[in-house]
Ligand binder design. Structure first.
Ligand code: KIV
Ligand code: ZN
Length: 549
C-alpha cells in the first residue's frame, strides 16, 4: 500500500521535501545562526522549492521563537514547520510562532524506544502514547483542519515495532496528517529500515503521509532514506550539506539528485526541487554556518564534477556521459564568471543576482552593488562564489553598537607584532594597543582591551579559519571565528560565529572578530529584551535542558 493521500503538499507521484537545516541542521555544535541568517537560508530554501521548511524549535529560546515567527511571516509559497516536545508549553509556543504562516505545519515528537523512555523520559509506554495523542489533538484543534500536524516517534528504529505501530495508529486517529519515522541515532541498515517503514505504510499509509528522518552515524542516512521511499515513504526529512547533530542528517542534495537521476528505481516519483539552485544553497549554508563542505562530498563538493585523470578527461571531452551521471548545470554549476567593472550597472548586477537566486532591491541591492564595485577594483574577476559570499556576508552582519573605525599593525620577521584599533561602541570612542605573536593576534588583543571595560566580559577565541572564496592571487579571503565570552555567572553561555570578507586578510579577520563581539553583545539579556520584535521576549535567553536528538 502506498501513501498517496489527498493532503496538501503530498501530490500523487511526488516526494515531499521537508528541510530541517534550520532546526536539526542548526543543532550541529557551533552551527548556530542569528535570526537574520536563518531568514536568508529560508529564502534560499524557498527558491529551491522545498515543500516544508522546519524553521526551528520555538520553545528552546526567545531568540528561536522570534526567528521562526519571522520566517513564518515573511516566507511565502512553502509550509513552515516548528518543532515541539509533547509537553505542556512547547506545542503552544510552536503554534504561536507559526500560526501566521501561509501553511502552518506543527511537528510534535516524543521518544518511543524503551531505552529513551526508561533512561531519558522516565515514562512508561502508556504515558508516552497518551502524551503523543494529547498533543497531536491539541495541534489539530489549535491550527484547524487544513494545517499539517506531524508526529515523530523519536528513536523509532530502536522501538519495539508493535508499539511503534500502535502509536502511529493512535496519533493518526487523533488527527496527525504525517507520521515520521526517525532513525534518530543513525542505527538502521537500509533493508531493515525499509521493512519497518513498509509496515508503517501498510498500517497508516492510506490515512497519513509516512515520513522518514535519517541520521548519518553509520554513513547510511541517504541510503536509508531512499530505501524508505521505495517502501512507501512520501516525505523525506533532509538538510542542506547533510548538516545536523553528530554526523548529520540525510543530505537534501543527495536524496533529491538520486531521485532525479534514477527515476525508474523510484516508480517515477519526483520532487519539486529546483536542482539548479542546489549549489547556491549549499554555498550559502556553508558560509553562514562555517561548516566547510568536504571537497569529495557528493553533488556539492568542489571535486564532485572535477575529472583529474587523463583517461577520464579524455572520455568526458568525447562525451560527458562516459563519466558524468548528471550534468554540472543540473545542480547549478554554470562556472560562469561575471566581469564587472566600474562601469557595470546596478541593474546588470540585480539580474545576475536573480540568476543566482537572490532577489535584492533598494538598500540591500545598493550595499551589495557598492561592495561588488569595490571588489571589482581589487580583483580581476568577480565570480558567482564571490557574489554568494557578499550576499551571505550581508545576512551575517550584526550591528549591536560596536564598529571598527580604524586599525594599524606593525609586524616583522621574528619579532612580536603591535596592533592598535579604534572602535566606536555606541557614542563611546575607544582606542587600544596590544602586542601579540602575529598581526591578527595583536589586533584581536587590542579589540579585547578596548571592549572589556565596556561589555564586562572577555571574548575568547575558540576557532579561527581563513579561506579563499575563489582561486587566484587576488581572491577574497573569508574569515570565520568562533568565540565565547569568558564565564560570567550572570550571563547565559553563548558561542557565536563571526564572518569577515575582504581581499585583505587582516581586514577580513578583524571584521569577523568584531561581528562575533556584536553577536555576543546581542545575546546578552539586555539585548534580547530590547531586540524582541513583539515585546514577548523580556526574559533572558534560556536554553532547553535536554538536548534534542
Ligand atoms: O532525530 C530525531 O529523532 C529528530 C526528531 C525530533 C524528528 O530530530
Ligand atoms: Zn534528528
Amino acid at each position: 500500500m502506498t501513501a498517496e493521500v489527498g493532503r496538501p503538499g503530498a501530490a500523487a507521484g511526488q516526494i515531499r521535501i521537508f528541510d530541517t537545516t534550520l532546526r536539526d541542521g542548526e543543532q550541529a555544535p557551533g552551527a548556530g545562526l542569528t535570526a537574520a541568517e536563518k531568514l536568508e537560508v529560508a529564502r534560499a530554501l524557498a527558491r529551491l522549492d522545498v515543500d516544508v521548511i522546519e524553521a526551528g524549535f520555538p520553545a528552546s529560546s526567545p531568540g528561536d521563537f522570534d526567528a521562526v515567527h519571522r520566517i513564518a511571516k515573511e516566507t511565502r509559497g512553502v509550509a513552515i514547520a516548528a518543532l515541539a516536545r509533547c509537553r505542556d508549553g512547547d506545542p503552544q509556543r510552536a503554534v504561536e510562532a507559526i500560526r501566521i504562516a501561509e501553511r502552518a505545519h506543527l511537528h510534535v515528537f516524543i521518544a518511543t524506544s524503551d531505552i529513551h523512555l526508561k533512561h531519558k523520559l522516565r515514562m512508561s509506554r502508556e504515558e508516552a502514547l497518551e502524551a503523543a495523542v494529547r498533543w497531536v489533538r491539541y495541534g489539530r484543534e489549535a491550527l484547524g483542519r487544513d494545517a499539517e500536524v506531524e508526529f515523530s516517534a523519536e528513536d523509532a528504529s530502536r522501538t519495539d515495532p508493535e508499539f511503534l505501530l500502535q502509536v502511529c495508529e493512535a496519533v493518526v486517529d487523533a488527527g496527525a496528517t504525517t507520521v515520521n519515522i526517525p532513525d534518530t541515532v543513525g542505527y538502521a541498515i537500509p533493508s531493515e529500515f525499509a521493512a519497518l517503514v513498509g509496515r508503517v505504510v501498510d498500517r497508516v499509509g492510506s490515512a497519513a503521509v509516512v515520513s522518514v528522518h535519517c541520521h548519518n552515524d553509520l554513513g547510511l542516512a541517504t541510503a536509508n532514506t531512499l530505501a524508505a521511499v521505495q517502501a512507501g515513504a512520501r516525505q523525506v526529512e533532509v538538510t542542506v550539506n547533510g548538516l545536523g547533530e553528530r554526523a548529520g542528517n540525510a543530505s537534501l542534495e543527495e536524496v533529491v539528485m538520486a531521485l532525479r537521476t534514477r527515476p525508474t528505481q523510484f516508480a517515477g516519483l519526483g520532487t519539486r526541487v529546483q536542482t539548479e539552485q542546489l549549489t547556491n544553497a549549499s554555498r550559502l549554508v556553508s558560509y553562514l554556518t562555517g561548516f566547510v563542505v568536504q571537497p569529495n562530498k557528493a553533488i556539492v563538493g568542489a571535486n564532485a564534477f572535477a575529472h583529474e585523470s587523463g583517461i577520464h578527461q579524455d572520455g568526458v571531452i568525447k562525451n560527458p556521459l562516459t563519466y558524468e551521471i548528471m550534468t554540472p548545470q543540473s545542480v547549478g554549476l554554470s562556472g560562469s564568471t561575471l566581469s564587472i567593472g566600474k562601469l557595470s550597472g546596478r541593474r546588470g548586477l540585480q539580474t545576475k543576482l536573480r540568476e543566482l537566486g537572490f532577489d535584492l532591491e533598494g538598500d540591500a541591492l545598493d550595499t551589495v552593488y557598492r561592495q561588488t564595485i569595490a571588489l571589482a577594483d581589487a580583483k580581476k574577476d568577480v565570480t558567482d562564489a564571490d557574489l554568494v559570499a557578499l550576499v551571505g556576508q550581508r545576512a551575517a552582519e550584526v550591528t549591536d553598537g560596536i564598529e571598527l573605525e580604524a586599525w594599524n599593525v606593525t609586524s616583522s620577521h621574528g619579532g612580536r607584532s603591535t596592533g592598535t584599533v579604534s572602535l566606536c561602541v555606541g557614542d563611546d570612542a575607544r582606542q587600544a594597543e596590544a602586542t601579540g605573536n602575529g598581526p591578527v593576534d595583536a589586533l584581536f588583543r587590542a579589540v579585547d582591551e578596548a571592549l572589556e571595560p565596556i561589555v564586562g566580559w572577555r571574548q575568547v577565541l575558540d576557532e579561527y579559519e581563513i579561506r579563499a572564496v575563489t582561486a587566484g592571487e587576488d581572491a577574497q579571503g573569508t574569515t570565520l571565528v568562533r568565540c565565547h565570552r569568558s564565564t560570567d555567572r550572570r550571563l547565559p553561555p553563548a558561542t557565536v560565529t563571526g564572518h569577515g570578507l575582504s581581499t585583505n586578510i587582516i581586514e577580513s579577520s578583524l571584521e569577523a572578530y568584531i561581528t562575533a563581539a556584536n553577536k555576543l553583545r546581542a545575546a546578552s539579556p539586555r539585548a534580547v529584551a530590547a531586540g524582541s520584535g513583539d515585546g514577548s521576549s523580556t526574559e533572558p535567553e534560556t536554553i532547553v535542558a535536554d538536548r534534542l536528538p
